[in-house]
Design a protein around this ligand. Structure first.
Ligand SMILES: CSC[C@H]1O[C@H](OP(=O)(O)O)[C@H](O)[C@@H]1O
Length: 350
């Protein structure tokens, strides 16, 4: 299935419109940068790695639409890079494609296709490493994994990231179930993660977001596995809203909390989680569900798309290169219990 692609005919960026899933499979053919920016902001395409791929194809589109005026392309690339502020791969993908501009539109497109190919390679390595670590942390048998939002191929490219690790466990016969948080307000869990798990034949259940911490606290979860949109240089993790509360519950219950993400998500230019720009989205997403109003019209709304989890609550950030675990300082918060860190240490590199 084409999730994010490029068509040479028009030329156009071709997107699976994720707003229509799970009930309809529809594609968008975007022939302008304006249309692509709108699609990114509306989450027709979403997920940090796939935003990077879409951004790179968007720059290729701009280069093809300005073959005789390449000087117009950098400004278009910057508009794409800034379409959503939190996910670092969006800007990385756009700027990587832009770097080939002097070699012509075909070279820009080739680089964009390389961004997509790299995502598949990176995901394969990271999900394998994460599945190995999860098995080491839970040697007793199949795992019950809880996750939030959507981190399969719809978000991350071939192989996925956090959900990809759960599917690796499934392939190995080591997955008891995935408990998927529905992920209000846009329901990426209910609409997309459930859809991907059902297509994979993986055992799963859906729960409301506020049931996630309770599931952890009542012994229903062996590991929490999530993605990331941006990881600060100190390891603080920006991810979908609803992640932080899962990390707090996991730390208090001694349940491993893994973040699976490409190494490029770790941003040396963002010192700590305090420096992450957290996207705040419009009130309409919270004032209704599926087009049905859920509160009084005009009610004021707080709608952050992401939250930040301090690195000290993370068992390990798992990338294609390493499993990065915080040093357990002697005065670490008492709630951060050792979670079989001897097993983690066998997989962890500093
Ligand atoms: C790490 S890619 C998946 C990531 O993206 C989601 O955000 P959105 O659906 O708003 O793009 C969420 O943060 C997931 O963890």
């Amino acid at each position: 299935m084409r999730i994010v692609d490029f068509s040479d005919e028009d030329p156009a960026v071709v997107l699976l419109d994720q707003r229509a899933l799970p009930h309809r499979t529809e594609h968008l053919r975007l022939t302008t940068v304006d249309a692509l920016v709108d699609a990114i902001r509306a989450l027709a395409v979403r997920g940090a790695p796939n935003l990077g791929i879409a951004g790179a194809f968007g720059v290729a589109l701009a280069a093809h639409r300005h073959p005789d005026d390449p000087a117009a392309v950098p400004a278009e690339a910057e508009r794409i890079a800034r379409a959503r502020p939190t996910a670092v791969p969006l800007a990385l993908g756009a700027r990587r494609a832009l770097a080939r501009l002097d070699d012509g539109p075909a070279a820009v497109l080739a680089e964009a296709r390389a961004v997509a190919a790299d995502a598949a390679r990176v995901n394969a390595a990271a999900t394998t490493r994460a599945a190995d670590l999860l098995s080491a942390l839970h040697p007793d048998g199949p795992l019950r994994v809880l996750t939030v939002c959507n981190t399969g191929e719809l978000a991350c490219g071939v192989g996925g990231t956090a959900l990809g690790a759960a599917l690796r466990l499934h392939e190995r016969g080591m997955l008891s179930e995935v408990l998927a948080c529905e992920t209000r307000p846009l329901l990426q869990g209910a609409r997309l993660t459930v859809w991907e798990l059902a297509r994979a034949g993986a055992p799963h259940r859906l729960c409301v977001d506020s049931a996630g911490p309770a599931a952890i606290a009542t012994g229903r979860v062996d590991a929490v596995v999530v993605g990331a949109d941006r990881i600060a240089a100190n390891g603080d993790v920006a991810n979908k809203i609803g992640t932080y509360m899962l990390a707090c519950a996991a730390a208090r219950s001694g349940v491993p909390f893994l973040v699976v993400a490409p190494e490029e998500t770790i941003d040396a230019h963002t010192a700590t989680g305090d420096d992450v720009v957290v996207e705040e989205r419009g009130p309409e997403e919270v004032l209704e569900v599926g087009g049905v109003p859920t509160t009084s019209p005009g009610t004021p709304v707080f709608n952050p798309a992401f939250d930040v989890t301090p690195f000290e609550l993370v068992t390990a950030v798992v990338t294609e290169d390493r499993a990065w675990s915080p040093r357990r300082e002697p005065n670490a918060p008492s709630a951060v219990r050792e979670t079989r860190h001897d097993a983690v240490r066998r997989h962890v590199s500093r």
